[in-house]
Ligand binder design. Sequence first.
Ligand code: ADP
Ligand code: MG
Length: 359
Amino acid sequence: SKRVALEGVAKVFKDPTAGRNVTAVKDSDFVIEPGELVTLLGPSGCGKTTTLRMIGGFEVPTRGRIFIGSDDVTYLPPNQRDTAMVFQSYGLFPHMNVFDNVAYGLKLRKVPSQDIEKKVTEFLRMVGLEELAKRPPSRLSGGQQQRVALARSLIVEPGVLLLDEPLSNLDALLREQMRVEIRRIQKSLNITAVYVTHDRVEAMSLSDRVIVMDRGEVVQIGTPSQIYCDPVSSFVAGFVGKVAFFPGKVVEIMEGRHRVLVKGMEYSLSLASPELKEGDQCNVMCRPESLVMDEPGKGVTDGKVITNVYLGHSLESYVDTDLGEMLVQIDNPGGKRIYAEGEPVSVGFNPDCAKALPL
Ligand code: ADP
Ligand code: MG
């Protein structure tokens, strides 16, 4: 497994039809360590695929350098880099059966046929497709096809595996299974992987670290828990999970804590954006599990329960408040005071888990 590094990488597409240039990726710097699984997460059009294609050699950067291991690969074609790509559309050879699809990269490398036989069998077993070796791709389900594509990419033991929304054509249940499987295989082979997705649940559950992108720019790099609990902006906060915002004002910064005024009450927060100065307006962001419901008048904002969704381990209450709709998650709801649909309530937050962000 190899290290991947981007230094000041940018991509500008010339778009003659629109008569203007499109900046798909702005100067990006990041490092992916050997054996790490890192996702590029962000809304459609933010530059994830372009970034991945530059790492794979399918696009040449307009500026900057790309390193794989210690090699500068910026201008090398895909077949001269130690990478393999798994596409959303699988890209299997329709005229070859499963075995031959998986064997393809080894045949290209002139590996002896007994070795091919052994290795293909091993990789088909790893993705759970031993029984289907003789089938053509047209007689496989979407999930099975994606497993073949995965085995075909992994069998050549690339230094870096690149995956572009590999699960987006699968149904929800299968997606969940494959997600676990991809991580298990990636860890067992200790392969460096760069995974593109716009699905925050996928990114959070798969990744060692997440790179959040917005409009061509890398906006935050962190572990799933860092980007969830300590997002750098309201955009990241809202993109990586459900969130409630309470408008506030920074009254004092002392000993690393921000005292913030929200609806006439002061809270001392340990988490706050370094951009915030005394006197600034801010948004106090809270996750659903850090919101608390109480009798009207006792919390930060009053409201009324609209819908309760019972999930067994937790209860989700959608509350219409003076500050907009908020989702309150009550863990282990058995034995707790539950406010029924239509009941008036107030919503407050646990300041230990709240973060003050710039507007
Ligand atoms: P994502 O994968 O995050 O959805 P992309 O990397 O595919 O985003 O695209 C980023 C931006 O670059 C978009 O505005 C897209 O329209 C533009 N773009 C991508 N490829 C090309 C291309 N070959 N020519 C012109 N514009 C492109
Ligand atoms: Mg894309």
